[in-house]
Ligand binder design. Structure first.
Ligand code: F3S
Length: 685
């Protein structure tokens, strides 16, 4: 015989909370009471009585003003709280949050002139308590039949006892809707109850016998029993192992299901399961004491609740679900917590993480990584320990987690530190937006176009795909519009420039030769970037010969060596020369030629004493009038004209005075002699 326990069975979080509060209170030395049994379970109540918690029926029985009263999970009427306050006793309110929610709801609705209809059992303490919070009329109905005698105002609000069946509640809601069109329906049935009912129903369909454990007075236990019977399975409602009869389990019984009401402690459930397991070993048979509750008619008519008549209490549900899971295991993380969990399953589109407690957390793919990934398997493996943020709890107590937000938070922390310390960070430029670029620095940051470079950038697209260093100039993690992180590259460049400039002025001196890059060409010269500072190379210092415009010689971006001609530290000006480093035409010429050599040139000027011949740019030699020809010459123009190219002989080369004396006459003699020699040589042949 197989023994199966329903997926949801036993203590609900409301009961757990009430017991926990009561036990904590008992540590405080005073006389402690509850008004009515704390929960509907004799064993639990007896256990607490032994620890010092007495049960009384009314406030009148509490005389000691130093006493304490634990309000049970069912809650009490407002007037009861007032009475207790007047007595001066200490009040520990263990009303289940779900019940408290209904109390507040009916108070608000009745104050707003609604007639309150409560679906439930008139004498149930929860209902008595809820009615005690209504400011006006309230009516309790246990079925649609009870509605017939009701005379209600125009405005009607319907709530349910927390432990009722949803289908029964729907029937009442539908019936009310026929007569009252200004009807507000609130689904106040406890989710724990729903889960227990559903789990019991499902289990009942797959077993031969069902055992429902719970107090005879427990409303939710009765509902569970009814739920099981509705499947046609043989069902027995018991309070403990003492109620179990061996005769219930004949040889045809292969599987037994066990479920338990919300006030049933785990140890009672365990006892029952142990007994069933032992019984199986011994071999049980026979059948008696079958509970013969009528199965309810399961005409599921949820249209009223589905049509939006039910008020949206999803936020409440989320907080109840969280409370429930918290009570299931006090170490369960809360919404907003960052916890370390272990990966226990990895699918393509989600990751399941054990974050402690009884609930597993799910990270959907969209919450896994800051980067776009197509499968969770690309990022995590089973067994990995990862930090996650608890986003919310769902109705089933599962936790929705995000790793991406933890990563983002960490990045933001790091970025904030970098911002505060003025550090540079590395980023990858991913695209353009209006007014600038998007940069991936772990999160997406923005750099305005004016901060990309220290000079104007014509095409921002040129930067896409580049990885660069940036400085954070604005950081605001609370910013809702625009980027939380704003970057600048220009500021880094400015900082580097300032550093280089300082180094430059510390190390520079006149007569040094530096390599620089032509940054800008203007009519009067070129500005040379010397790696930290710019100097001016005046057009007259480019070469020994005259340059009309620097662009004749250079282009922007060219690298050249320059000579530090002058420094004005006060005005921070540097004058440069290129000419200084070039050999003068004189030097070149004097190295190439000697006295007696024939050299060609162009007649550039005529004077009364001779003709000047340009031998190289800026280098002129003089043919004295006496050296122009072998005959007497009155004026040089008799022999040469300006612009004429002539071959002359170097008579004298004075390097100190940079003077060259030439002879056209002698050059001609040499040429003529050579012709004669050539003629004679040819005749001999
Ligand atoms: Fe509260 Fe639901 Fe339990 S209403 S006491 S959590 S069954």
């Amino acid at each position: 015989m197989i023994v199966r326990l329903a997926e949801h069975a036993g203590f609900c979080f409301g009961v757990k909370k009430a017991i926990l509060l009561a036990e904590e209170s008992l540590n405080e030395p005073r006389k402690w009471y509850t008004l009515g049994p704390l929960v509907h379970n004799k064993n639990v109540v007896e256990d607490l009585r032994k620890k010092g918690l007495s049960t009384v029926s009314t406030t009148d029985e509490i005389i000691d003003s130093q006493a304490g009263v634990v309000i049970r999970s069912h809650g009490v009427a407002n007037q009861v709280i007032m009475d207790l306050k007047n007595k001066g006793v200490k009040i520990i309110d263990a009303t289940c949050p779900r019940v408290k929610y209904i109390q507040n709801l009916v108070l608000s609705l009745s104050t707003d002139n609604y007639d309150i209809v409560i679906f439930g059992d008139e004498n149930h303490p929860e209902i008595i308590g809820i009615r005690g919070w209504c400011a006006g009329n309230s009516h309790v109905v246990s079925s649609t039949t009870d509605l017939e005698s009701l005379k209600l105002k125009k405005k009607v609000a319907l709530v349910s006892q927390t432990t009722k069946n949803i289908n029964d509640y729907n029937e009442v809601a539908n019936a009310l809707l026929k007569n009252y069109h200004e009807l507000r329906v609130f689904n106040t049935i406890c989710n724990s109850t729903k889960k227990r009912q559903e789990a019991s129903y499902q289990l009942s369909k797959n077993v031969d016998v069902m055992l429902v454990i719970g107090d005879k007075e427990s409303s939710n236990t009765k509902t569970l029993t009814k739920e099981c019977l509705s499947t046609g399975v043989r069902t027995y409602q018991i309070e403990s192992i003492n109620d179990i009869s061996n005769n219930w389990f004949d040889n045809d019984v292969c599987a037994v299901g066990v479920t338990a009401g919300a006030s049933t402690p785990d140890w009672i459930i365990k006892e029952v399961i142990d007994k069933m397991t032992n019984m199986d070993e011994k071999g049980a048979h026979g059948m008696e004491n079958e509970i013969n509750l009528e199965s309810s008619e399961q005409s599921v008519s949820a249209e009223v609740l589905d049509e939006g008549l039910v008020q949206d209490n999803s936020q409440q549900e989320e907080s109840f679900a969280k409370m429930e899971a918290e009570m299931a295991d006090l170490t369960s993380p809360s919404k907003g917590d960052i916890v370390t969990g272990k990966v226990i399953q990895v699918l393509d589109d989600e990751v399941m993480v054990d974050v402690g407690g009884k609930s597993e957390g799910i990270i959907p793919l969209r919450e896994l990584s800051l980067k776009d990934i197509s499968s969770a398997k690309d990022l995590v493996n089973i067994g990995d320990e990862i930090e996650v943020l608890v986003l919310k709890w769902d109705d089933d107590g599962n936790i929705l987690l995000s790793k991406k937000r933890v990563d983002s938070q960490k990045f933001m922390d790091k970025l904030e530190e970098s911002y505060n310390n003025g550090e540079t960070i590395e980023g990858h430029i991913t695209g353009t937006v209006k007014g600038g670029l998007l940069v991936d620095v772990g999160v997406t940051a923005f750099i305005p176009a004016s901060h990309i470079d220290d000079s104007f950038i014509k095409n921002l697209d040129d930067f896409i795909g580049k990885t660069m260093q940036f400085k954070i100039i604005e950081f605001n993690r609370n910013k809702r519009r625009g980027s939380q992180v704003v970057l600048s590259r220009k500021e880094i460049m400015a900082g580097e420039k300032a550093k280089l400039k300082k180094e430059f002025w510390e190390n520079i001196s006149e007569d040094q030769v530096k390599t620089g890059r032509i940054k800008r060409i203007v009519d009067y010269g070129a500005f040379i970037d010397l790696g930290g500072y710019e100097g001016l190379l005046h057009v007259s210092e480019i070469d020994h010969h005259r340059i009309e415009h620097p662009a004749e010689v250079f282009s922007e971006g060219d690298e050249i060596d320059v000579y530090i001609l002058g420094l004005d530290r006060e005005k921070e000006r540097v004058s440069l020369s290129r000419k200084k480093m070039l050999k003068s035409p004189w030097e070149v010429l004097s190295e190439q030629y000697d006295e007696g050599d024939i050299i060609e040139g162009t007649v550039v000027r005529l004077t009364s004493f001779g003709a000047f011949v340009e031998l190289a740019p800026g280098v002129d030699g003089l043919i004295h009038i006496s050296q122009l020809a072998n005959y007497r010459v009155e004026k040089p123009e008799e022999v040469v004209t300006i612009g004429e190219k002539v071959a002359t002989k170097i008579l004298g080369l004075n390097k100190e005075e940079k003077k060259i004396s030439l002879s056209l006459k002698e050059a001609n003699n040499v040429r003529e002699q050579a012709e004669i020699d050539d003629y004679i040589d040819n005749q001999d042949m």
